[in-house]
Unconditional design. Structure first.
Length: 556
């Protein structure tokens, strides 16, 4: 018996995972309490709404999976209930909303239990300190009471290699079809059989691994993109991590190895060609079976949706008929009362001398006015009763429309949930096909396909320009940016102008008659500091006039 538990959010993804009908031959929702909805997506959505409204808790669910050891047979439902009750009492989850789902996978039954961590009365999330230790304690007590033998990895002081696999190791095993023990055995044998770093790296390549660097100096990237630290894949207690690094450091320093992403990219192209043919063979048959299963489930939901539409139409027609009957009864009641009143008045109408005296004395006129007044009151009462009836009927119609709308929203939500489940099943199908294709591509070998990638040191990285380039003139930068032919022409032109300038400078110094040995020196002594940064200083008339006044020479 192996329990695994975690605090988590993303209830919709969890519900989709629990309802995956491809990875599980049978899915049964055995218990669902604390929710209005009768499906997992709706219940988890309600619990998330409670968490968002009352707390700031992100991991509002506590998920537990219970996997019986197949060597000792399945557990009974009574044993499952006993274990779940013990876990609830120990973790403080008694009475919390929960869902219990049973799966049958590869002929083996296991159970998933999901609790809401939100305490509605206290409006807070139930804290779970040291939940793994508490869960382990409950598991050992339960196993002792029910005479269940626990795996070696769950015993006190058990060997590290015998402990249950992590989720990442289980994913690698499902993705590649090779167990962690097989991979450790292969790599350990390659380590012991290699007398040099190159021999060891070549042996890893034959087994389908590439030596790379990541968060640790030496990691292995397998032919399917999985990553493992190299020291953890060598099952030899006498070998330490520092020994492995010292063994590989000379021929394969960490900075010369590709990182994990580079290694994955190199392997991906190598792997596509191998898996393409096997994937094409296994695609049609399995996908057809899954599509039939999904279509049957969708047809049942669509039929339920059509039945809902017919039921809503009948409810609406029945309500309208009852309302019309009520309005007609009210009207008939009023009319019948008025007809009976008129007959009674006609029967009690005075005749003969009484009628004559009534006309003479004005009593008849008073009685007519009294009858009209009472008739107006009866009409007003009728219209008031009719208005009240119409208001009640409008409220009934609105209530029915809202109920129908909520039913449609619920049905659409179930359809969207089914879409998520079908997408998850298709991904599971693709993963299974990929795993089978990789197993087929190995052709019976118990290791991954060989990878022949040459590990070379990385090239020198680009560096910034050195400080000496900061003083390069704009003209030189402009010349560098021009094409080769134009750049050569500009250089020759600049060289000829420089020679002419030198010749003119020497001639000017000879004409001045200076004998101070300054001939041939390129020292422009006639520059004014105020105009030192002017580009056109030497060509302007003002510059020539200043040179003449200063006596520094010139052509004039």
């Amino acid at each position: 018996m192996i329990p695994k538990a975690s605090q988590r959010g993303s209830g919709q993804d969890l519900a989709t995972h629990l309802l995956n009908g491809y990875d599980n031959e049978q899915v049964e929702i055995a218990d669902l309490r604390g929710a209005v909805a009768d499906d997992l997506h709706g219940a988890f959505a309600e619990w998330q709404l409670q968490a968002d409204a009352l707390t700031r808790c992100q991991n509002y669910l506590y998920s537990l999976s219970i996997n019986p050891d197949p060597r000792y047979g399945p557990m009974s439902r009574a044993q499952y209930d006993d274990y779940i009750t013990r876990v609830e009492e120990t973790l403080g989850l008694s009475g919390q909303p929960r869902a219990v789902v049973f799966h049958v996978k590869n002929g083996r039954e296991h159970c998933h239990v999901v609790w809401s961590r939100i305490d509605l009365d206290k409006e807070r999330a139930i804290h779970q300190p040291f939940d793994r230790h508490k869960l382990m304690m409950v598991t050992r007590q339960f196993a002792r009471d029910h005479s269940i033998v626990l795996p070696e990895g769950m015993d006190h002081g058990a060997d590290r290699a015998a402990r249950p696999k992590s989720l990442y190791d289980r994913w690698l095993e499902q993705d590649s079809g090779l167990s962690k023990e097989d991979r450790i055995l292969e790599i350990t044998h390659a380590w012991r059989a290699s007398d040099s770093p190159r021999a060891f790296v070549n042996a890893l390549g034959d087994l389908g691994y590439v030596l790379a660097t990541g968060n640790r100096p030496y990691v292995l990237v397998d032919a399917y993109g999985g990553v493992n630290a190299l020291p953890r894949m060598i099952d030899d207690r006498t070998i330490r991590t520092k020994d492995i690094r010292a063994f590989l450091a000379h021929d394969y320093p960490p900075d010369s190895l590709p990182d994990v992403e580079e290694a994955r990219q190199q392997i991906a192209e190598h792997r596509k060609a191998i898996e393409a043919f096997a994937l094409a063979q296994a695609r049609a048959e399995r996908e057809g079976e899954l599509k039939e299963k999904q279509q049957a489930r969708r047809d049942a939901l669509q039929q339920e949706r059509r039945d809902l539409h017919h039921r809503q139409a009948r409810d609406l027609a029945s309500l309208r008929h009852r309302q019309a009957v009520a309005r007609a009864d009210l009207k008939q009641e009023f009319l019948a009362g008025m007809r009976a009143l008129r007959r009674e008045r006609q029967k009690n109408k005075p005749t003969g001398l009484a009628a004559f005296l009534g006309r003479v004395t004005g009593v008849n006129l008073i009685m007519k006015k009294l009858h009209r007044y009472r008739d107006r009151q009866r009409h007003a009462d009728f219209f008031a009763r009719k208005a009240a009836l119409l208001r009640r009927q409008a409220e009934q119609s609105d209530t029915l429309a809202q109920r129908h709308q909520m039913q449609l929203i619920e049905m659409n939500r179930r359809i969207r949930a089914l879409d998520k489940v079908e997408k998850r099943e298709l991904r599971s199908l693709e993963a299974a096909r990929r795993r089978d294709a990789r197993t087929t591509a190995r052709r019976g070998h118990e290791h991954m396909p060989a990878i022949a990638l040459e590990l070379r040191p990385r090239g020198r990285r680009d560096v910034a320009y050195k400080a000496k380039n900061r003083h390069t003139s704009e003209a030189a930068q402009w010349l560098k940016s021009k094409p080769t032919k134009d750049r050569q022409h500009e250089k020759e032109k600049a060289r000829s102008l420089t020679e002419k300038f030198l010749e003119a400078a020497r001639k000017g110094r000879k004409d001045d008659g200076r004998g101070d040995g300054s001939e041939g020196q390129l020292v422009p002594r006639g520059l004014d500091r105020e105009n030192k940064n002017s580009r056109d200083y030497g060509r302007s008339g003002r510059g020539r006039a200043r040179r003449r006044r200063s006596g520094d020479g010139g052509e004039g």
